[in-house]
Write a protein that binds this ligand. Structure first.
Ligand code: PLP
Length: 241
């Protein structure tokens, strides 16, 4: 059984945490020569209950990441008005919930999942934004297509009806070795850059695939240094799970 959802610790100040993370993002943009890049902060609310989710929304979080579809359903009302991204592994039988309750599914890592999402999007007569999850660290425990396959999968997903590929997502290497973590993030940026160059030439149809969702509480500066457009922050805003 899933652990019960946690509620806000006494005295916790979401607004102050959001300001602090915003300052880190801004400083990282400046340091990496990307001042004004507008890197967005996605607040990852997994493990937190509806009251905590509503509180971080009220404190100004507009972009929310949910990992588990059962939790998303429980928090849907509390998160009303936010832009919701699915950031956890998505089982086929949860795809309908994802399409109904989110605006972007960041964890597309197979043609089979994409085909299911496409069918659901077409049935609902709407467009669903997706990102291709890439396993840049090569760890067996991590979901995602290999960097080698990423462009091919992205192109095939874009060709399906009802889906728009907005970019690429990765969960970085969990390590304090800056060089190794950054080389993974750089690999994701290179995939995105290649997609945009080929699209520009008209060779493939991936014109909108410019987003890079990478970096978390512990390493968002490194991810921004390598070109992140979205950083996914849990602990630094919500507290320890
Ligand atoms: C939980 C989670 C995050 C946030 O992690 P923190 O280290 O708490 O900032 C980011 N991305 C994904 C996919 C997650 O599941």
């Amino acid at each position: 059984m899933a652990a019960p959802l946690r509620e806000t610790p006494r005295g916790w100040d979401y607004r102050a945490r959001l300001v602090e993370v915003g300052a880190r993002v801004h400083a990282a943009e400046v340091v990496s020569g990307r001042a004004g890049a507008g890197v967005r902060v996605l607040v990852a609310t997994k493990g937190w209950g509806p009251t905590a989710a509503a509180a971080v929304r009220a404190a100004g979080a507009t972009l929310i990441g949910e990992s588990r579809m059962q939790e998303l359903a429980a928090k849907a009302e509390a998160l009303a008005g936010a832009r919701i991204h699915v950031i956890g592994p998505l089982q086929r039988n949860k795809a309908a919930t994802a399409v109904a309750l989110s605006q972007c599914i960041e964890t597309v890592d197979s043609a089979a999942l994409a085909e299911r999402l496409s069918r659901l999007a077409l049935e609902a007569e709407r467009n669903v934004d997706v990102m291709i999850q890439v396993n840049v660290s090569g760890e067996d425990s991590k979901a995602g297509v290999s960097p080698r396959e990423a462009l091919d999968v992205a192109t095939r997903v874009q060709a399906l009806g009802g889906l728009t590929v907005k970019g690429f997502m990765t969960i970085g290497l969990n390590s304090t070795d800056e060089r190794r973590v950054r080389s993974g993030y750089r690999a994701l940026r290179e995939i995105r850059d290649e997609a945009l160059i080929l699209a520009e030439r008209g060779a493939i149809d991936l014109r909108e695939a410019w987003e890079l969702s990478m970096g978390m509480s512990n390493d968002l500066e490194w991810a921004i240094g390598e070109g992140a457009t979205i950083v996914r922050v849990g602990t630094a805003v919500m507290g320890r799970r």
